[in-house]
Design a protein around this ligand. Structure first.
Ligand code: Z5A
Length: 233
């Protein structure tokens, strides 16, 4: 497994203190409270699979974990998700930006902020980096516009740590059993998205770490576990 990250980070994290990863294999006795982790990548990269496994592993070690996803982490969010992904009509890119941030606002208000304030660990299946990658690089919306909306809605909030699961677009798409409205875009769209995630990681040195996700689910989990232990300790 290849880890292509880390380095320095740009945005203010929600939580103030961060520590470097512990040496491999460490099993922390206690976890720092109120940490926010997101898992990113193109469709079929294995995000949901990894979120499930990391959450279970952290819970086994005593962390109180809240899993969420973007879009669709709340009741309102599930309605927004259906509008975004399950209806066949074209949608203009600006409407996509507005709806993804509407979903995120609700998720922050209802799930993420309360959990972090209660000292719990939040693991999110996607967050704002997805909007930069999909609506930015994918749809051609300017980064300035996305960041302006982001500032207004989230205050520029970012996770403490983001893992980008990296696979070629063909590999990710081949793993899907069915495709939603955005997944039905051509392979070049998904390659642009993939490259934007890699670009974000190179800019957001330290917060965003790229993980080779072409291996088996076990290999991907094992290559991220120690990193996450160290981070959340
Ligand atoms: N979107 C957007 O445009 N803008 C935004 O701001 C946000 C999202 C937040 C829904 O996202 C769509 O919304 C998505 C991006 C867009 N559309 N596209 N394209 P989502 O997160 O709900 O869904 P997704 O990421 O597109 O798809 P997914 O199927 O949930 O992918 P995944 O979570 O990365 O993979 P998975 O569910 O863990 O696994 C998929 C299959 O692969 C499954 O059968 C697994 O058993 C298998 N799998 C998983 N890992 C492996 C490995 N390592 N090897 C082999 N097979 C594996």
């Amino acid at each position: 497994m290849r880890l292509l990250g880390p380095a320095l980070q740009p945005h203010l994290p929600l939580t103030a203190q961060r520590r470097p990863p512990a040496p491999g294999g460490a099993t922390p006795a206690a976890f720092a409270a109120g940490r926010f982790l997101s898992i990113e990548g193109i469709s079929g990269a294995g995000k949901t699979t990894l979120v499930r496994r990391l959450a279970a592993a952290l819970e086994e070690r005593g962390a109180s974990v809240v899993r969420t996803r973007d879009p669709g982490g709340t009741h309102v969010g599930r309605a927004i998700r259906a509008l975004l992904l399950d209806q066949p009509r074209p949608m203009c890119p600006e409407a996509e930006v507005a709806l993804f941030f509407a979903d995120r606002a609700q998720n922050l208000d209802e799930v993420i902020r309360p959990a972090l304030e209660a000292g719990r660990t939040v693991i999110a299946d996607r967050f704002t980096d997805s909007t930069l990658a999909y609506q930015g690089a994918g749809r051609g919306i300017s980064r300035e516009l996305i960041l302006a909306v982001d500032q207004a809605i989230t205050g520029g909030m970012r996770p403490d740590l983001t893992l980008v699961l990296d696979v070629p677009a063909e590999v990710g798409l081949a793993r899907l059993r069915r495709r939603d409205r955005i997944e039905r875009e051509e392979v070049h769209f998904h390659e642009r998205v993939r490259h934007e995630f890699l670009e974000i990681a190179s800019e957001r040195f330290g917060r965003v770490i790229v993980v080779d996700a072409t291996g088996s689910p076990d290999e991907v989990f094992e290559s991220t576990r120690d990193l996450v232990w160290g981070w959340f300790r």
